[in-house]
Design a binder for this molecule. Structure first.
Ligand code: HEM
Length: 411
C-alpha cells in the first residue's frame, strides 16, 4: 500500500464511492479537494488513489498502458462467475480486436434502425401511467424501457423481462450497496449470475440448432472471428454479461435523475416541450450534470508520479467522472444546467479506448424517452412531500420517483 497522500483536507482519507450523495451535489469531498489537491489517497474500499480534476482524469482514461482496465471496480474483486467481462476488463492489444467485433452492432446506422421499435416501447410503457394519472416512474418506465429496448437484440422476448430485471437487481447489489460483512449480498449476486449464465447458455444452445437464425447481436457474435479463430462460447458469455451490466442500469438512472430534474425545474421542461430539437443537447447536459456513472477505477501498471500522487505498480486509482464533469476549470458555471451548452465535452460516456461502446444506442434511448414523455404527458410533477435520495456506488441514481400527471401544479 502506498503512503497516504499529502492532501490536508478533513475526510479525504476516508472517501468512498458508497458515501451518500446529494441528488445534485457530487460527492462534497471531491469539490472541496479540487482547488487544493489534484489527487488524494483514501483508506476506504481496500485503499486507492483518486483524482479530482478534468484534465488528469481525461489523461488517465487515455493512458491504458499505465492505467489498466484489469480491475475497474472498488473494492477490487475477482470477477465472479463469468470472469473478466469483454471488452471492459481487457487491455490492448486484445481489447482492440474485441471492440472491432462489437462495434458494428452499436454503430450509428445499426442503432438508427432500432428507433421505431424503441419508440413503440416508450409509448406502450407510458400509456398505463398516463391512464392512471401518475405512478412510480422508475418501476413503470425507467427500468423496463431500456430492458424492453435492448433485450430483443439478444433473442429475449418481453415475457422474460420481469425475471431478467429481478436478476439484474440482484447482480448489481454489491455494486450499488458495497460489500456485505456476512457475504450475503455476494452470495445473492453469485446465485443470480449463475442463473443469468444459464439463460445466456440456453440462448446460445438454441441458436446452434437453428437453420435460419435471426440477424441479431447473438448471431453476429456466433459468426465473428477473433483474428483467425471463431469466438469461444466463454468469450460470448462474457460479452453478453457485460451488455446486461452496462446497458440497462445506466439508462434507468440517467432517466430517473433527468425526470426528477425536469419535474422540479419547470423552465427547463418548458424548453423541451416548446422546442423538441433541444432534447439531444438536454440529454448530454443532464448526463454531465448528474454523471450516472460516477467513476471508474483502474489498476496502476508501473510506478509513476501522476497528478501529484506517487503511485506504485499494483495500486488502484479511482477516476471520478462526476468530478471531471463539474470541474470549473473545464466548464463555465459547472453547476448550472444549460441545455444549449456548446461545446459540451462531458465525460459521462468515459473517454479513451474504453469509451462507452453503446453511446449511440444510449443517446437514442434517452432522446426517444424524453420526446415521448413530453409529447404524451407534458404536465407532470413529483408527488407532494417527496424527498429524493440518490444511491452511491459507481452507477448511481434515484431508486423511486412517484409522479402525478396532469395535476394543477404541474406545468
Ligand atoms: C446513459 C447510459 C450510459 C452511460 C452513462 C454509459 C457509460 C459508460 C462508461 C463511462 C464507460 C467506460 C468504462 C471504462 O472506461 O472503464 C462505458 C463502457 C461501455 N458501455 Fe456504456 N454507458 C451507457 C449505456 C450503454 C449502453 C446502452 C450500452 C449497450 C450495451 C453500453 C455498453 C458499453 C460497453 C460494451 C462498454 C465497454 C467498452 C470498452 O470497454 O471498450 N453502454 N459506458
Amino acid at each position: 500500500v502506498s503512503a497516504a497522500g499529502a492532501c490536508p483536507i478533513e475526510g479525504a482519507g476516508r472517501f468512498s464511492t458508497f458515501d451518500v450523495l446529494g441528488v445534485e451535489e457530487p460527492f462534497p469531498i471531491l469539490r472541496e479537494l479540487a482547488p487544493h489537491c489534484s489527487s488524494a489517497w483514501s483508506e476506504a474500499m481496500g485503499g486507492f488513489w483518486y483524482l479530482t480534476r478534468y484534465e488528469d482524469i481525461l489523461e488517465a482514461l487515455r493512458r491504458p498502458d499505465v492505467f489498466s482496465s484489469e480491475a475497474t471496480f472498488l473494492p477490487r474483486t475477482k470477477h465472479p462467475v463469468f470472469g473478466p467481462e469483454i471488452p471492459i476488463h481487457i487491455d490492448r492489444p486484445a481489447h482492440t480486436e474485441y471492440r472491432r467485433i462489437i462495434a458494428p452492432h452499436f454503430a450509428p446506422q445499426a442503432v438508427a434502425a432500432m428507433e421505431a421499435p424503441i419508440r413503440a416501447n416508450a409509448r406502450e410503457l407510458l400509456a398505463p401511467m398516463i391512464a392512471a394519472g401518475g405512478g412510480e416512474f422508475v418501476a413503470a418506465f425507467a427500468e423496463p424501457f431500456p430492458a424492453a429496448s435492448f433485450l430483443p437484440l439478444l433473442g429475449l422476448d418481453r415475457a422474460d423481462l420481469d425475471e431478467l430485471i429481478t436478476l439484474l437487481d440482484e447482480i448489481l447489489l454489491t455494486a450499488q450497496l458495497g460489500p456485505s460483512e456476512d457475504d450475503s449480498r455476494e452470495r445473492r449476486r453469485d446465485t443470480a449470475m449463475r442463473s443469468l449464465r444459464d439463460r445466456i447458455n440456453a440462448i446460445l444452445d438454441a441458436r446452434d440448432l437453428m437453420s435460419d437464425p435471426p440477424e441479431d447481436i447473438v448471431t453476429g457474435l456466433l459468426r465473428s472471428r477473433f483474428a483467425d479463430r471463431p469466438l469461444s462460447r466463454d468469450e460470448i458469455l462474457r460479452m453478453i454479461r457485460l451488455f446486461f451490466a452496462a446497458g440497462l442500469d445506466t439508462i434507468k438512472h440517467t432517466l430517473s435523475m433527468s425526470m426528477w430534474f425536469l419535474a422540479t425545474h419547470p423552465d427547463h421542461r418548458r424548453q423541451l416541450i416548446e422546442d423538441p430539437s433541444s432534447i439531444p443537447g438536454a440529454t448530454e447536459e443532464l448526463l454531465r450534470y448528474f454523471s450516472t456513472v460516477t467513476s471508474y477505477a483502474r489498476l496502476v501498471t508501473r510506478d509513476i508520479e501522476f497528478a501529484g500522487a506517487p503511485m506504485k505498480a499494483g495500486d488502484m486509482v479511482l477516476l471520478p467522472i462526476i468530478a471531471a464533469n463539474r470541474d470549473a476549470g473545464r466548464f463555465a458555471e459547472p453547476d448550472v444546467v444549460d441545455f444549449a451548452r456548446m461545446p459540451n465535452p462531458q465525460l459521462g460516456y468515459g473517454a479513451g479506448p474504453h469509451r462507452c461502446a453503446g453511446s449511440h444506442l444510449a443517446r437514442l434511448e434517452l432522446r426517444v424517452a424524453l420526446e415521448e414523455i413530453h409529447r404524451l404527458m407534458p404536465s407532470y410533477a413529483m408527488a407532494s412531500g417527496f424527498e429524493p435520495v440518490r444511491t452511491g456506488g459507481q452507477v448511481s441514481g434515484i431508486p423511486e420517483l412517484p409522479i402525478v400527471i396532469g395535476s394543477p401544479s404541474a406545468v
